[in-house]
Design a protein. Structure first.
Length: 133
């Protein structure tokens, strides 16, 4: 709602471009799908970041279930954003332009932050396992 209120002109312009027939702007609907592909790649690296011995120590950690749940939740968020973006693409001519731009930015932002979270988690877990394993 804040994006819609404070950046109304910007989301209107974005919605106008996304709702156009230009193939360049139609390609922007694919960005959440790119984020989701990267998230799936890093999800495996978060759950099995190193060799067999180091991974075993990670799996035996008492808080591993929280890590696993966070990875699955990030992937779920990315998939929901892909679904939302797909619906926006299919319904772009029926949605008013500022709302189209706002919903697209929300989907893109959530998918992007979920992917970034997995990337940072992978690096942090490797660092911890290297330091303490």
């Amino acid at each position: 709602v804040a994006v819609y209120i404070y950046f109304g002109d910007w989301v209107y312009i974005l919605g106008k471009h996304l709702g156009s027939d230009s193939d360049i702007w139609k390609g922007f609907y694919g960005l959440p799908f790119v984020f989701t592909a990267v998230a799936f790649n890093f999800a495996g690296k978060v759950r099995a970041p190193m060799g067999k011995e180091e991974n075993k120590k990670l799996y035996e950690w008492s808080g591993y279930y929280r890590l696993r749940d966070r990875v699955l939740f990030s992937l779920l968020l990315c998939l929901l954003c892909c679904t939302g973006t797909g619906v926006l693409w299919l319904m772009s001519d029926k949605i008013n332009l500022p709302l189209l731009g706002t919903l697209y930015l929300i989907c893109l932002g959530i998918a992007g932050f979920s992917t970034l979270s997995l990337i940072l988690s992978e690096h942090t877990i490797k660092e911890i396992l290297t330091r303490y394993a």
